[in-house]
Write a protein that binds this ligand. Structure first.
Ligand SMILES: Cc1cc2nc3c(=O)[nH]c(=O)nc-3n(C[C@H](O)[C@H](O)[C@H](O)COP(=O)(O)OP(=O)(O)OC[C@H]3O[C@@H](n4cnc5c(N)ncnc54)[C@H](O)[C@@H]3O)c2cc1C
Length: 674
């Protein structure tokens, strides 16, 4: 029977030829008590096979860090080059077909997120072309727009998604771009009436796209019908020049994501045919009459933009993967790196053996692990939702908006925080771009803002959570995951279970979620000025309530996941520990809330118990880091799988010195998009 170390070596050898582990690797894997083979199998089963096929394809095609030390022009050139090359190979190898991508754009979107470890820009190109451009044509268009889908999937045409304007990003109802319908010519006339109406930040626009999905206020005979989506040609496909009436510019230098050509666009009496209207949810009859089954402007807009939820789920996953990747890398480094002599043993101490470091990073690793599992449940919800089709009649529409908004906010916020801690964990080495953090941090920063600013999403999610409370009182069904909510506010009960009992911890988190939902609902209900109260309650009521709902959801999903280890109690214990640490940290951080359940001395015991559990996890955590679907090239130099940080890092530094002279001779800086 192979030991854990041998099993891990066998598995890593499949990913990396000539894998020669260090002594540190051997020691750490020998210390693990869970069954590596069983755990690997369970973890692999969490994602579709296409995900692993794409990772292994890209791994075989790309060198690590090919995006370092490049100018903006070179980054853009390389991003487009790799994006096209990878998608072409995916089709050549029949991992997916263009037809399959059109049928399920979210599958490709989610499965190309792993590419972000080779360059966040490349996976963003997939997100823009497939997740935003193609998907919005599919979701808002009809038979008329079918051909554009195939041209987008095969990259015959590059597109972009123009929603945000300089003046308005979050409040889309106030967009200023207009599309007047001219009944005589059967055309729309696009205009950008003010400076702030220019579409801004649009990915793929500055130099790549020839087509655009543009959102504008539809006006017919002087009547405004609200924001609608249009598919329009913006550049000449042959000359790549802007069409007459269109002006396009570059958004300039950014603090990250230099490989994406973000641009702005303005229209001046730009005319397009009637077919440009993406007319699934609203149309104009031959005699110029506006028709839509959805009477409310706000609902119509929400339905049109409903497909963005899929993008938010993908962003949540890629962010959490990044957090798992960088925190595991730093933990592996800490398992090797020594600093300061232990006065008792007279030996230098490994950074991973300091208790404070357990709290700094193992708690974060545990949280992201639990979030990883929670995301699989969210993806299941998304797949179920898609079966019902986009539209107001789909009963899951509001819930999907709720869950994708919370996951996007929490996972991108926690990831950014973890990236920062992982950077510090490497000391000065964290500042080297060979160790992965330099490229990760700006992307993870951006993830907090685009596809819906996190703070706006938290407010929207908060409203929908409270909707469930009012549903209970009006005897309407609650949304999935809200079965725990009852019409009465729960009574506080003293906590009598052990702190290692994950079901007991779930009871505490359920009590907290339910109480906070009731308290917020009541405060709003009794407020005279509801608008003012809403704004005032956000900080200490609505946000905590939303976090509490999500914490409960995550722990419940994790407990369900643990069933997969029922046949191996030792492995189950280790995985349970991750869930326990996650929940204990949440409770410790919000100890003030639990004052009616837990006495002061219980809180002290809980803190001690958390530190003891972290010590138990310290033995397992390096082994656990090898369960993630991350290849060697996806790791920073000091966090490589063989655990030889200095050797690998110096190799990068030496190669870089040689490379600089090649760059100065200058053969790559071609500012092209094509
Ligand atoms: C690199 C990059 C790429 C992008 N790519 C695209 C793209 O391809 N297509 C596209 O359409 N867009 C794109 N965007 C735009 C992005 O989606 C928007 O920036 C985002 O939606 C936020 O809008 P905003 O910039 O107008 O900020 P605002 O909405 O003005 O927000 C500014 C701040 O105000 C706060 N705020 C706003 N309203 C409220 C409120 N009611 N209560 C409390 N606080 C509030 C927000 O939380 C935020 O902190 C991109 C942005 C960037 C930076």
């Amino acid at each position: 029977m192979l030991c854990n170390r041998e099993k891990a070596i066998k598995r890593i050898s499949l990913l990396k030829k000539h894998f020669k582990p260090s002594e540190d690797f051997n020691r750490e894997l020998d210390g693990c008590t869970f069954d590596f083979e069983l755990a690997s199998k369970v973890m692999r089963g969490l994602r579709p096979e296409v995900y692993y096929q794409i990772i292994s394809l890209v791994d075989s095609m790309m060198k690590q860090n090919s995006f370092q030390e490049k100018s903006r022009a070179a980054m853009r050139y390389k991003t487009n080059y790799w994006f096209k090359k990878i998608l072409t190979k995916i089709y050549e190898k029949e991992i997916l077909t263009p037809e399959k991508v059109i049928e399920d754009p979210d599958l490709l979107n989610r499965c190309t997120m792993g590419i972000s470890f080779f360059g966040g820009e490349i996976s963003t190109k997939f997100a823009v072309q497939i997740g935003l451009y193609l998907k919005s044509i599919k979701n808002m268009g009809t038979e008329t727009h079918k051909d554009a889908l195939m041209r987008a999937a095969t990259l015959e045409e590059f597109g972009c998604f123009c929603l945000t304007e300089l003046g308005h990003g979050s409040d889309i109802s106030k967009l200023e771009t207009t599309a007047h319908f001219d009944q005589i010519t059967n055309q729309f006339i696009f205009n950008s009436p003010t400076e702030t109406s220019r579409k801004f930040w649009i990915g793929n626009l500055a130099s790549t796209a020839t087509k655009a999905v543009v959102f504008a206020q539809l006006i017919i005979n002087g009547v405004r019908h609200g924001v609608h989506g249009f598919l329009i040609q913006i550049r000449d496909p042959e000359t790549h020049e802007c069409l007459y009436g269109v002006t396009i510019g570059d958004c300039g230098d950014k603090i990250g994501m230099q490989g994406i050509d973000n641009g702005w666009i303005m229209f001046d009496n730009f005319r397009v045919g009637k077919k440009a209207l993406l007319n699934k949810f609203a149309d104009i009859s031959p005699d110029g009459i506006y028709t839509s089954k959805i009477t409310s402007k706000a609902k119509r807009m929400a339905v049109q933009l409903g497909s963005l939820s899929g993008g938010r789920i993908a962003i949540s996953q890629v962010s959490n993967d990044c957090a798992l990747g960088v925190s595991s890398g730093s933990l592996r480094y800490w398992a090797v790196k020594k600093q300061f002599k232990n006065p008792k043993t007279k030996l230098e101490t490994r950074l991973l053996d300091y208790r404070i470091n357990h709290y700094r990073l193992i708690t974060k690793f545990a949280r992201h692990f639990v979030q990883h599992i929670g995301m699989t449940k969210v993806v299941d919800f998304w797949d179920e939702y898609l079966k019902g089709g986009l539209g107001t009649e789909n009963k899951m529409t509001s819930f999907i908006h709720l869950i994708s908004s919370v996951t996007k906010s929490v996972l991108t916020w926690t990831t950014f925080d973890t990236c920062s801690e992982s950077r510090q964990a490497l000391g000065g080495l964290g500042f080297s771009s060979y160790n992965g953090l330099g490229s990760a941090i700006p992307v993870m920063d951006l993830n907090r803002t685009w596809e819906g600013d996190n703070n706006i999403l938290m407010q929207q999610a908060g409203k929908l959570i409270l909707q469930n409370l009012s549903n209970l009182f009006t005897e309407k069904p609650v949304m999935p995951t809200f079965d725990f909510l009852k019409t009465e506010m729960p009574e506080a009960e003293p906590y009598l279970k052990s702190f290692g009992d994950v079901m007991g911890l779930l009871e505490l988190l359920t009590y907290r979620a339910s109480t906070l939902i009731h308290q917020t609902g009541m405060k709003l209900n009794f407020a005279e000025d509801k608008m003012e109260a809403w704004d005032k309650l956000l900080a200490f009521n609505t946000y905590p309530m939303t976090f509490a709902y999500f914490d409960r959801f995550l722990l419940q999903s994790y407990i369900n996941f643990l069933q997969q280890f029922n046949e191996d109690q030792k492995t189950k214990e280790v995985f349970t520990l991750l869930g326990v640490v996650y929940a204990q940290k949440v409770i410790v951080e919000d100890a003030e809330f639990f004052r009616d359940n837990l006495t002061r001395s219980q809180i002290d015991d809980l803190k001690e118990n958390l530190m003891d559990n972290l010590l138990k996890l310290r033995k397992e955590v390096v082994g656990l880091s090898y369960l993630l679907p991350l290849t060697d090239k996806m790791q920073g130099a000091v966090s490589k799988l063989d655990m030889k940080p200095y050797e690998n890092f110096l190799d990068f530094v030496e190669r870089s010195e040689r490379k600089i002279s090649i760059d100065i001779d200058g053969d790559i800086l071609i500012p092209s998009s094509r």
